[in-house]
Design a protein around this ligand. Structure first.
Ligand code: NAP
Length: 277
């Protein structure tokens, strides 16, 4: 069972599961609100899943500053409910968290799972509380921290960048925010390979990049001739603070599954080559 079934990560799972002829059901908020434990319990009884992959989330980082309660309902109460029911109904639950649980660092050394968390914004706090309660209730469950997801859909940086390139004469992008662009297919494929694992893992490709260089890479590859200028993140005066550097290190996960991982740019190039914008 996939929750948050209309989101970009859920869609990657559905595509891969379709290809594998797997039996699954994907439900979005209109059919199943993960913050409602009674509804969730009813759906779990009805479908009796072996696995529940929670792709549902409140992801609006800036709005979370003023809508913390709503963010907590989805990002904390949701995973708490799912973990509780995973024990009761004996299914394995998989959940996703974020690099925004980290507060940044001056030395560019990617964060490992055991590194200290220090979220700078309310979205990060809600996601950190969510992953903690999820594994506290059942350490047999599985959490992947991912960053800067892109895939099919509109809720991602690549889509927004292409919109800006059509509507603005000059695109301003922060050059002091660094992390790892991560394909939803990369996440879904690797997660499906590791359903037997338990605990917390970082799941991103190798390397890291600033938002500005990421944007330049996308525009160059798609041959979009827009003027683009680097600015400090502070310039945008956004409600939520972001870490300057939140790249993560996935060595632990890849030593466990013994699979190949490539540089973020290779996955991105593949995506940009094949995706019909
Ligand atoms: N996107 C990123 O860059 C990023 C970075 C780091 C971590 N993550 C994490 O990765 C996971 C997948 O993210 P994504 O980018 O695929 O998210 P997404 O595209 O925003 O999808 C999330 C889905 O969950 C739905 N939803 C919201 N509240 C719900 C509720 N109470 N019950 C059921 N469904 C609900 C949303 O519906 P509505 O659209 O109608 O609200 C949306 O369809 C999330 O855990 C996210 O926090 C994402």
């Amino acid at each position: 069972m996939i929750t948050g079934g209309a989101g970009q990560l859920a869609r990657a799972f559905c595509t891969l599961l379709d290809k594998a002829n797997a039996k699954y059901i994907a439900l979005d908020i209109d059919k199943l609100d993960i913050s409602d434990i009674d509804e969730l319990s009813k759906v779990c009884r009805e479908y009796n899943p072996d696995f529940l992959i929670n792709c549902a989330a409140y992801n609006n980082v800036d709005a979370a500053e003023s809508e913390f309660e709503t963010a907590m309902k989805v990002n904390y109460t949701g995973p708490k409910n799912i973990a509780t029911l995973s024990v009761e109904h004996k299914f394995k639950a998989i959940h996703f968290s974020t690099d925004y649980v980290f507060g940044g660092r001056q030395l560019y050394i990617p964060f490992k799972e055991q590194d200290e968390t220090a979220p700078l914004n309310k979205y990060g706090i809600s996601k950190l509380k969510g992953e903690q309660i999820f594994l506290e209730i059942s350490p047999k469950n599985l959490v992947f921290r991912v960053s800067w997801l892109y895939g099919e859909g509109r809720q991602n940086f690549i889509y927004k960048l292409l919109q800006w390139s059509q509507s603005r004469n000059e695109i301003l992008i922060a050059n002091d925010e660094i992390s790892v662009p991560t394909s939803t297919y990369f996440v879904a494929m690797n997660a499906l390979e590791a359903l037997d694992a338990n605990g917390l893992f970082h799941l991103v490709p190798d390397g890291y990049v600033s938002r500005y260089d990421y944007a330049k890479f996308v525009l160059n590859k798609l041959k979009v001739k827009s003027s683009i200028k680097p600015v400090p993140a502070e310039y945008f005066k956004l409600p939520a603070r972001r870490p300057n550097f939140s790249a993560m290190d996935s060595t632990l996960f890849f030593s466990l599954v013994n699979r190949e991982k490539k540089h973020w740019s290779e996955y991105l190039e593949e995506f940009l080559t094949n995706y019909k914008f």
